[in-house]
Design a binder for this molecule. Structure first.
Ligand code: OGA
Ligand code: MN
Length: 222
């Protein structure tokens, strides 16, 4: 049996999701968000943030130096059809060196209200270049209203689709080095997924999906 991380395996609830029609509308200011209608882009756009160049090349290097040795000891998981994720390895980390701790404190102050109780360990998800994350909603039992993630090594597209209304959707372009934040409705009422390389097209433009590592902070349910 493969080792399973107690908390991580409880984070994701798979969601049934049908096809999504391509009706691109105007972008919300940044050019990093497109959606099924202007209304969805505006309403949900306020519950979603993508901050480009949130970390520097050097900070990405510091994170990778801390994370790679542990990740390299694990094998990518491909063949568990019931998992929300395909082609991944993951870990969690409680204590960090000074440079990484500084980056994580910046993430925390950007994403969470001061004093908001956070899930202790930071979650690290390493997607192989053929890996992807299927539509799911993070467990409401174990995670609170806000999810914040750094993207290392690759650009990617995160798709949000309204539960029970697949014609309401939003695509976020997550550039390498960016931070994304999902809050409230975006986190509770929409599934999120990371597209596989073959499907990784944003607003008509191919976005190559390479190996990608995300560093994810979550708060606790209130
Ligand atoms: C998850 C997830 C997104 C990411 O692990 O539940 O949705 O950015 N990850 O890797
Ligand atoms: Mn998730």
């Amino acid at each position: 049996m493969r080792p399973r991380l107690a908390v991580l395996t409880r984070i994701r609830r798979a969601a049934l999701c049908c096809g999504h029609t391509r009706r691109l509308s105007s972008c919300a200011g940044s050019g990093l968000v497109v959606g099924s209608s202007r209304e969805v882009v505006q309403r949900l756009g306020s519950k979603v943030e993508v901050r480009t160049a949130f970390i520097s090349e050097e900070e990405e290097g510091a994170l990778l130096r801390e994370l790679e040795p542990g990740l390299k000891k694990k094998r990518y998981e491909f063949d568990h059809w019931d998992d929300a994720i395909h082609g991944y390895r993951e870990t969690e980390r409680l204590s960090w060196g000074a440079a990484c701790e500084e980056v994580l404190n910046r993430v925390r102050s950007a994403a969470f209200p001061e004093g908001s109780p956070l899930l202790g360990p930071v979650h690290i998800l390493d997607l192989d270049k053929t890996g992807y994350i299927k539509p799911h909603i993070d467990s409401v039992k174990f995670c609170g209203s806000t999810i914040a993630g750094l993207s290392l090594l690759s650009d990617s597209i995160m798709r949000l689709v309204k539960e029970g209304a697949a014609d309401e959707w939003l695509d976020l372009l997550l550039p390498r080095h960016s931070l994304y934040i999902l809050r409230d409705e975006a986190r509770y009422n929409f599934t999120h997924e990371i597209l596989k390389d073959e499907e990784s097209v944003f607003n008509g433009k191919k976005v190559p999906r390479l190996r990608r590592i995300s560093v994810i902070c979550r708060n606790l349910p209130s």
